[in-house]
Design a protein around this ligand. Structure first.
Ligand code: B12
Length: 402
């Protein structure tokens, strides 16, 4: 006897490379109940697209009318730490210094929006074949769709929501990409890990966080910029991930030292989570990697040209940040490094065509104690954002001083 349809779907999706495949029933108003409070508190910073899609995000049946199920997919992206090896060859040879900027682990793979999307296209074909669906009977998303991927994944038992707001899996830890398929097919819902009594106020931000965290608060304490106003609640305005990836403008001065050596994204609240002890390298069927960004030195980053940026970051999520964003972040990392060898490169960037790069280069130069040499650049400066950096630099102590 053939397996029931939903088990054929699950097996087919696993064969396509999805490590976790779970189902949840639609609608379920509890999943989106606290989104409004999060948005109303301004925790989405300048991500206006979240505000614009507020109703759809809270209710998937507004995204696909008649949707009866949501399929939650997880892709394990854990990779062991980099071996010490040669430079990736973006110009300069790797410096002997062990100092390398830190990248969010997800960025070390080819852009997951592309690789997982390719798997989702196949997933759609599978649904059409197995369940006789038409193209209008399902919609798939990875990251960019108006779907609360973490809440639905928790609902389906794929994991639980940690105090760090992450969907944490008992078998993969924090290192899972999530994707979803809304469908008009009625699939039997998988049970959540454990149902606890509904929170007293499900509309309160973070109401569902911490199911299997116990008393642990490592993630909340480890955040370098205190971005958690409450367990399970991230205030993007203070989050390094937001500022180094989503914010395309000036990064608030008060947060720059906390950024430390993080050049793209931040995994600190993930890294410290004890559930990661179960993480293992996966099948990597929906992942690929071209070269190891972890070998890039700050000097190599500060010297990136448009051509090298395109060559090194082609196919990675970092390309979305654009060269100017990466140079901005690299200036902060250099400013935090205490290494005056970066001053010549920073002085060159203090003359960059874009004010956002000049502003952060000026900050970094002052951090490294090289501000006196900026007199002529300052005299020629006309942009108010960059001038504000010069003015505030005098009020701030360099990193490590005092
Ligand atoms: C906006 C966004 C951000 C913003 C805001 C982060 C945030 N905490 O919301 C910023 C830029 C800061 C960000 C950072 C990161 N992000 Co992000 N981000 C998103 C995005 C696009 C939307 C998230 C969202 O809706 N936030 C609003 C808050 C309120 O929603 P929420 O936390 O999901 O919780 C809501 C519901 O899900 C529900 N809920 C949550 N848990 C539960 C449990 C139950 C039982 C129930 C009933 C309901 C429920 O309650 C809330 C509202 O009702 C998602 C993709 C997506 N479409 O979902 C990726 C996503 C959450 N990000 C992801 C990643 C990897 C990251 C980073 C690790 C990247 C990095 N290394 O720098 C950091 C982690 C920061 C953190 N600790 O959250 C992954 C997370 C994977 C996972 N295993 O959890 C996602 C799912 C992308 C993906 N497709 O893989 N991100």
């Amino acid at each position: 006897m053939p397996a029931p349809l939903h088990e054929q779907v699950r097996a087919g999706l696993r064969e396509l490379g999805f490590d976790e495949v779970r189902f949840a029933a639609l609608p379920d108003p509890e999943v989106g109940a606290s989104l409004g409070a999060w948005l109303d508190a301004g925790h989405h910073a300048d991500m206006a697209w979240m505000e614009r899609t507020r109703e759809k995000r809270a209710d998937p049946t507004q995204v696909l009318p008649g949707a009866r199920s949501i399929i939650l997919l997880g892709v394990n992206y854990w990779m062991p730490d980099a071996p010490a090896s040669a430079s990736v060859g973006v110009g300069a040879a790797a410096l002997p210094s062990p100092a390398r900027p830190r990248w969010a682990r997800y960025a070390l793979h080819a852009d997951y929006h592309d690789t997982i999307r390719a798997g989702l296209v196949e997933a759609g074909r599978l649904l059409e074949r197995l369940a006789n669906l038409g193209g209008g009977d399902y919609r798939y998303y990875v990251d960019t769709g108006p779907v609360l991927e973490r809440g639905w994944a928790a609902r389906s038992g794929l994991g639980f929501t940690g105090k760090n707001a992450m969907l944490i899996s008992r078998t993969h830890g924090n290192w899972l990409f999530l994707a979803s398929i809304l469908t008009r097919l009625a699939l039997p819902a998988d049970p959540p890990i454990r149902r606890r009594p509904p929170p007293a106020n499900p509309a309160q931000s973070g109401a569902h966080a911490g199911l299997l965290c116990g008393k642990c608060t490592r993630c909340l304490e480890a955040c370098p910029t205190q971005a958690f106003p409450a367990p399970g609640v991230v205030d993007s305005r203070r989050c390094i991930s937001y500022h180094t990836i989503e914010n395309k403008g000036i990064i608030p001065r008060a947060l720059r030292r906390g950024i430390g050596d993080r050049v793209y994204g931040c995994d600190t609240c993930l890294e410290v989570c004890p559930w990661n002890r179960f993480a293992q390298e996966g099948r990597r069927m929906l992942l690929s990697v071209s070269h190891d960004l972890r070998e890039l030195t700050p000097a190599e980053l500060l010297a990136l040209t448009p051509e090298r940026f395109a060559a090194v970051f082609r196919g990675t999520a970092v390309k979305r940040l654009k060269l100017s964003g990466l140079l901005r972040n690299a200036c902060i990392v250099a400013g935090n490094s205490g290494d005056c060898a970066h001053l010549p490169a920073l002085h060159a960037l203090a003359q960059h065509a874009l004010p956002v790069v000049r502003a952060h280069a000026v900050w970094a130069i002052f951090q490294l104690g090289g501000g006196d040499a900026l007199a002529s650049a300052r005299a020629a400066e006309t942009d108010p954002l960059v001038l504000a950096e010069y003015e505030s630099a005098a009020d701030e102590q360099p990193a490590g001083a005092g």
